[in-house]
Write a protein that binds this ligand. Structure first.
Ligand code: GTP
Ligand code: MG
Length: 304
């Protein structure tokens, strides 16, 4: 009988490359929020995939960038943490974008880990030409680092994911299942709820608003038939508060309804969701608010 395999695999890349989409596709459930805007993921997100032969503990990470703000520094710290003691790294590249200096810098950070890296060429569904068109891009990546493999995929349509998974599995060491087979993430529902609210905001707003938002769950009351969740959305300026509330409260209502429906579907609970918006100038520079970015440092008034 062949031995059970298990390992830790981090998903890295520039912002918006499709890292969280790939994590969700492998896990088969939404564990990380996704948006068509860079800097969606702000902390490391675990997603676990268990098959009869193996268990892969994936870690999705924030997109690699030059950190200018205290918030971005925290994000890059979680990228650095995700580079150590891994069995394998996946570096996602968006094939619709050319290779540039920022890619070189991001790969520089990743290769310092001295761990094998698979180059995952994502969004191939957007290529009009055949995959041969990827060869020059692959050569540019190969020139900066000798990757363990070069695999085209579409995290969105699923094309190529089976081959990628086989490549991952073939590089896993023998090991135990670290989690029960139905475990898909270590994030508490409370944090997922705040992320789902933020995801709705990312989808409904544009320009600087998405980056100026953080969400805190103030209270979580688990009833017999109804769970009541009270959350505050923090923004940096009055104008952003106005945008989020919308005409006669329409925008906030829309965000609340869609976030609640998604929570009900994911958690299998009936939910009452109450949202408030508060202005907190420069929250991105304040430790207390930066703690809301990650459930590991998040605090609240009660336990979920
Ligand atoms: N067409 C297409 N779109 C994709 C694919 N993968 C991801 N996307 C889209 O790309 C955008 C970014 O996806 P995310 O998964 O949030 O990207 P990310 O790398 O996690 O981004 P950050 O968390 O901001 O670093 C979203 O609009 C996704 O729907 C793909 O294979 N094909
Ligand atoms: Mg992401």
């Amino acid at each position: 009988m062949s031995k059970f395999l298990s390992g830790f695999v981090s998903i890295l890349g520039r912002p918006n490359a499709g890292k969280s989409t790939l994590l969700n596709a492998f896990v088969g459930s939404k564990v990380a929020i996704v948006a068509d805007k860079p800097q969606t993921t702000r902390t490391a997100i675990q997603g676990v995939l268990t098959t009869p032969e193996c268990q892969v503990v994936f870690l999705d990470t924030p997109g690699i960038l030059r950190a200018d703000s205290p918030m971005q520094k925290r994000m890059m710290n979680s990228v650095r943490d995700a580079l150590s003691e891994r069995d394998l790294l996946l570096y996602l590249a968006d094939v619709t974008l050319g290779f540039g200096e920022k890619d070189r810098q991001a790969i520089d950070m990743v290769r310092k880990a001295e761990t094998p890296v698979i180059l995952v060429l994502n969004k191939t569904d957007l290529l009009h030409k055949d995959k041969g068109a990827l060869l020059p891009l692959i050569e540019q990546y190969r020139a900066v680092h000798e990757f363990a493999d070069y695999l085209p995929v579409s995290a969105e349509t699923g094309e190529g994911l089976e081959t990628l998974f086989e490549a991952i599995q073939s590089r896993l060491p023998e090991g135990p299942a670290y989690f029960p087979e139905d475990h898909i993430t270590d994030q508490p529902e409370r944090f997922i709820a705040s992320e789902l609210i933020r995801e709705r905001i990312l989808h409904e707003t544009r320009q600087e608003v998405p980056h100026s938002v953080t969400v805190a769950i103030d209270k979580w009351e688990q009833g017999e038939t109804l769970t009541k969740i009270y959350a505050t959305i923090y923004v940096e300026r009055e104008g952003q508060k106005g945008i989020l509330i919308g005409v006669r409260g329409g925008m906030l209502k829309q965000i609340g309804t869609l976030a609640r429906q998604e929570m009900e579907r994911l958690f299998g609970l009936r939910i009452y969701l109450e949202l408030h918006v508060k202005v907190q100038p420069n929250w991105r520079e304040k430790a207390m608010f930066l703690n809301t970015l990650d459930w590991r440092t998040m605090t609240g008034n009660d336990e979920s």
